[in-house]
Design a protein around this ligand. Structure first.
Ligand code: PAF
Length: 277
């Protein structure tokens, strides 16, 4: 069921499509958790055939240490996927994705600027490039992404619209621990104290969101949320911004569908989260 080469994957997909079956893909970098599994569940419910891809994409990492430290847990991932009976786990060999001579970069402007884009140069080019490849390799007509990476979801939507890619993008809600912490592969790197304090980020987003919905002014509300995140044990707030939900334009007033998005550092780990107003 694990497929490592594009050729055999394409053969499978062609046979499924000839039989009139729909194909969904869940792109991941492995180290699967319940957030990923909720995407697989959604794909399983809507598609005849489901492909989960696992590829730790070097092009979207900013630092060699981050890439080297990224957990690689293929055997565990396959075991977690077993109950979902996915039709293929595509774990491409690196040369399948970036063969010698690879010379293309997919770069989405606008929605990729600011927020994570400002702090992780090249990150969204790496994401857009690999996602384009994964769509091309899998031929899926539906693709599932978590809202936890909300800016990534917007980048992928823009990419698909701009390049007329024949794939429907499905955004799925963030899955949280009981205390509110958004699930992330990075949570495993939090020590006990940092893990206990980490929900302060979501709490601050919730409080700020409630205040904004009740009509509080944006700038002081965001300043109070930043202070609450730092008081809650975070070392640094990289950004905390109110953006339009569609297109991510910065907002000075919460006067249309909006998201609060934040990135902050705790215990040497960078966490992101966002909330719809
Ligand atoms: O969200 C992720 O895990 C990655 O950015 C993705 C979409 C699989 C591309 O490498």
């Amino acid at each position: 069921m694990i497929v490592r080469q594009v050729g055999p994957l394409r053969q499978k997909v062609r046979a499924w499509k000839r039989a009139g079956q729909s194909v969904g893909v869940v792109p991941t970098m492995g180290a699967l958790h319940a957030g990923h599994l909720s995407l697989v569940d959604a794909a399983r419910a809507a598609c005849d055939r489901v492909i989960v891809t696992i590829f730790v994409n070097p092009r979207q990492f900013n630092s060699p240490e981050d890439l080297a430290n990224y957990p690689r847990t293929e055997t565990r991932d396959a075991a977690l996927l077993a109950p979902f009976e996915v039709d293929a786990i595509f774990v491409p060999d690196p040369d399948q994705v970036y063969p010698a001579g690879f010379a293309t970069n997919v770069s989405v402007s606008g929605v990729s600027e600011g927020l994570c884009g400002a702090h992780r140069p090249g990150h969204f080019d790496g994401v857009a490039t690999v996602v384009s490849k994964l769509f091309g390799m899998t031929g899926a007509e539906r693709a599932y992404f978590g809202e936890k990476d909300f800016q990534q979801l917007q980048v992928v939507r823009r990419l698909v619209a701009d390049l007329d890619l024949d794939v429907e993008i499905i955004g799925c809600p963030t899955v949280r621990e009981a205390d509110g912490l958004a699930l992330s592969s990075r949570n495993a790197r939090l020590d006990t104290a940092a893990r206990a304090a980490a929900p302060a980020l979501y709490r601050a987003l919730q409080d700020a969101s409630e205040a904004l919905v009740a009509g509080a002014p944006v700038a002081p509300t965001l300043a109070a949320a930043r202070a609450a995140i730092l008081a809650g044990g975070y070392a640094e707030v990289e950004y905390l911004e109110l953006r339009a939900e569609d297109g991510l334009a910065p907002l000075e007033q919460a006067d249309r569908p909006a998201r609060l998005l934040a990135a902050a550092w705790i215990g040497g780990v960078r966490l992101i989260d966002n909330i719809r107003l």
